[in-house]
Write a protein of this length. Structure first.
Length: 482
């Protein structure tokens, strides 16, 4: 396999950090959210190697990483690309340039080819005008986490679209994206959507209650053990999603408040600096620790600006992860509705009289369905097989999700507490360094130096001795005319 190279679009020093997949028993599966949160601490460390089955001599590593973003094009047509290097599918290292939309396409294709899997979340999409250097670096880390988690998943890593994403050139990937937009059979897609919509509508509680009142009998069908177990999980995930979004909002509010406080501290530093510059020429002000005070305030401002940033990012990742879990559950429900719709269609065909075989219903003729018992039985069997496969995969993914969720939350809170400890230690060191300077009075000016200050008031003139007979002396008139 040939190695693809890209034109250097930014600095020749590639500041991309390597992220690799471990083959130990503790490797993250299903969603890899623990790997997501640990990535922040691990990005600056040397890469961990894993054995590559394509290599035969020695112990070789397989890796995948995302480099710094580079600007391509100018104006409204400009965009950022990320160099992606990997050695997962061969002995050589390949490098391709990928946009954010390419990562979104990969996530969409993974959802189609691996239904029921909990997909790793992508970083949030932001308007191009807001793409600062800090934002691009944070997005690069998020994209790195996404690819790392896909590569560590036992099902997603084997998807053809994943290899195409990492191996195809820009032109080849554009052709694949255009091909994926083509709908092979619009009538079949409309038929599937129509059947699932009718089935979902008929299973609504209010619809069933109204139908029961109209017919005088209960038309609701008893749920299977699969559905009962799934409903419990779906209800729990719904409550978890609401709680995660609430936590996300509160942490974001705290982060914004801390940033506002940090900005106010910066204003204090600026005002203190102006005062220090004004007083710099006065000898008695040399013992006043303007610089020490500004150092203390600057240290606190930096901590306020950063200590909640990591937690806000981690909570955002956690909330997006829960959204991906809900998407997997929705896929299972989608397959169930399709299966129930096929059952209803097959039952309708079976109940039709033999004399009415030449008459087609509106929905069958409009949607292009073959209303024959053989085709209906085949469709039911196919829908049942698809539903069982997705249900089994979803339940397996949920078990892994529950195992990883506790690790994710524990690691998230541990990182937050560790950051608080580091900030507290740094602040204590700053105080220990500045307090002696603030207490120093060895260079205080003497009193004889004060009259020479530029702002010192001149000494009052000596007053003459008051003569008791001064009132008796006749003073001459003074000419005050103009």
């Amino acid at each position: 396999m040939t190695t693809r190279r890209r034109k250097q679009v930014q600095s020749p020093v590639l500041r991309c950090q390597v992220s690799t997949i471990s083959l130990t028993a503790t490797a993250v599966e299903a969603n890899g959210m623990v790997c997501c949160l640990e990535e922040n601490e691990r990005l600056r460390d040397p890469p961990i190697l894993r054995e590559n089955p394509h290599r035969t001599k020695g112990k070789i590593s397989a890796m995948i990483y995302v480099g710094d973003a580079g600007r391509v094009g100018d104006g409204v047509n400009g965009h950022h690309v990320y160099p992606v290097r990997c050695s997962l599918f061969g002995p050589s290292i390949t490098e391709v340039d990928r946009r954010y939309s390419d990562f979104a396409w990969l996530q969409t294709q993974l959802a189609k080819t691996c239904p029921g899997c909990i997909l790793p979340p992508l970083p949030g999409k932001v308007v191009g005008l807001l793409h600062s250097r800090e934002f691009l670096d944070a997005r690069r880390i998020g994209l790195q986490k996404f690819l790392t988690n896909v590569a560590s998943h036992d099902v997603l890593s084997k998807a053809p679209c994943f290899e195409q994403f990492l191996q195809s050139s820009t032109v080849e990937l554009s052709a694949l994206k255009a091909k994926a937009k083509v709908v092979s059979d619009p009538k079949q897609a409309l038929s599937t959507w129509f059947g699932k919509a009718v089935q979902k509508f008929s299973e609504h509680d209010k619809v069933q209650s109204l139908a029961a009142k109209a017919t005088g009998r209960d038309i609701s069908k008893p749920k299977t053990d699969q559905d009962v177990e799934f409903d419990k999980i779906a209800a729990y995930v719904a409550h978890l999603d609401a709680s995660a979004k609430t936590l996300q909002q509160k942490v974001l509010a705290a982060y914004k408040a801390n940033r506002a406080t940090a900005a106010a501290y910066c204003d204090v530093i600026e005002a203190t600096s102006e005062l220090a510059e004004l007083e710099s020429t006065l000898p008695e002000m040399h013992t006043v620790g303007f610089q020490s005070v500004m150092e203390v305030v600057d240290n606190r401002a930096k901590h306020l600006d950063t200590e909640w940033a990591a937690l806000a990012d981690a909570v955002d990742d956690f909330a997006r992860w829960i959204t991906c879990v809900q998407a997997a559950l929705a896929t299972r429900e989608d397959r169930r509705f399709a299966y129930q719709a096929q059952l209803a269609a097959a039952a309708k065909i079976a109940n039709e009289a033999s004399s009415d075989t030449t008459r087609h219903s509106f929905s069958a003729s409009f949607l292009g369905q073959q209303s024959t018992p053989a085709n209906a039985a085949h469709s039911v069997a196919e829908a049942k097989r698809d539903f069982d496969q997705v249900h089994e995969r979803v339940m397996s993914e949920v078990v892994k999700f529950r195992e990883e969720k506790a690790k994710v939350l524990k690691l998230m809170f541990l990182q937050f507490a560790s950051l608080q400890l580091d900030n507290s230690r740094e602040f204590s060191e700053t105080l220990a360094r500045t307090l002696p300077k603030l207490k120093d009075t060895s260079v205080a000016p003497v009193e004889k130096d004060l009259p020479s200050l530029p702002f010192a008031k001149p000494a009052p003139p000596k007053t003459a001795k008051v003569d008791d007979n001064a009132d008796d002396i006749i003073q001459p008139y003074a000419d005050v005319s103009l």
